[in-house]
Ligand binder design. Structure first.
Ligand code: PEP
Length: 257
């Protein structure tokens, strides 16, 4: 099955009104020639609405970096409900990013709740999974991926992945400049797709699995070459228009080839 490539920019806690406007203008200007790729930007929540206005009618989707796991709005100071994110134009939301797992104590069960909360509001969750360096070095990579993905499959059911994206993000590759080798990425992606296939072949064929972790303009093409790699979740390189667009061009070339 042909899965549309997705290149998602995770801006993390970066940006300003001026920088965002310039970045979005540059991406939107090139979007028409990148039609084989779905382009997504995920700015900090405070900028979602203004970034949505900058996007206007351009073929660039808007996503959030996090949401509250609570089913209903209410007394949860500092949190954001999925319906609010949808109301300001989000179509996607990242859940379970390793920074949230490591720095904000999000465990697999909370990540699963966030996944459910996103879908309940019509948002497509981008579920991040990935092993630490220690886990990789001790041969636990597949066990970790199976557990992280399995918890969400158990909570949401396999059919929920018809409206979800998975991002394989080895923790040791995020923000370090040391991307996984294409072989490591392809192996992990094939494993994740195999996990889906164990539940439902159609879902396995249709679910997009992104690679994230130090994707740059110069390694995007080789990372995207694997048949189970459906694009990328891009951190640092999503903040510079030229770098982000070069990654989108690599995905477009892969999709066309
Ligand atoms: C990320 O934060 O999801 C990420 C992949 O970051 P970077 O591209 O900077 O490694």
């Amino acid at each position: 099955m042909k899965r549309r490539k997705l290149i998602a920019g995770n801006w993390k806690m970066n940006g300003s009104h001026k920088a965002n406007a310039e970045l979005v203008a540059a991406i939107a200007a090139r979007a028409p020639e990148l039609g084989l790729v779905e382009i997504l930007v995920c700015p900090p929540a405070v900028y979602l609405e203004s970034v949505g206005r900058h996007i206007g009618n351009a073929a660039v989707a808007l996503g959030a970096q996090n949401l509250c796991e609570q089913a209903a709005p209410g007394a949860f100071t500092g949190e954001l409900h999925g319906a609010m994110l949808a109301e300001v134009g989000c179509r996607y939301v990242i859940v379970g990013h390793s920074e949230r797992r490591a720095l904000y104590g999000e465990d697999d069960s909370r990540v699963a709740q966030k996944f459910l909360a996103a879908q309940a509001c019509g948002l497509t969750p981008i579920l991040c999974v990935g092993e630490t360096l220690e886990q990789r070095q001790s041969g636990q990579t597949e066990d970790v991926l199976e557990l992280q993905l399995g918890k969400v499959i158990l909570a949401a059911g396999i059919q929920a992945f018809a409206r979800a994206v998975i991002a394989y993000e080895p923790v040791w590759a995020i923000g370090t400049g040391h991307a996984a080798t294409p072989a490591q990425a392809h192996e992990a992606h094939a494993f994740l797709r195999g996990q889906l296939r164990g539940h439902d072949a159609k879902i396995a064929d249709s679910t997009r699995v992104l690679y994230g972790g130090s994707v740059k303009a110069d390694n995007a093409a080789v990372l995207f070459a694997g048949e189970d790699v459906d694009g990328g979740l891009i951190g640092g390189a999503s903040l510079k228009a030229a770098d982000f667009l070069a990654i989108c061009v690599a995905a477009q070339a892969r999709a066309a080839g």
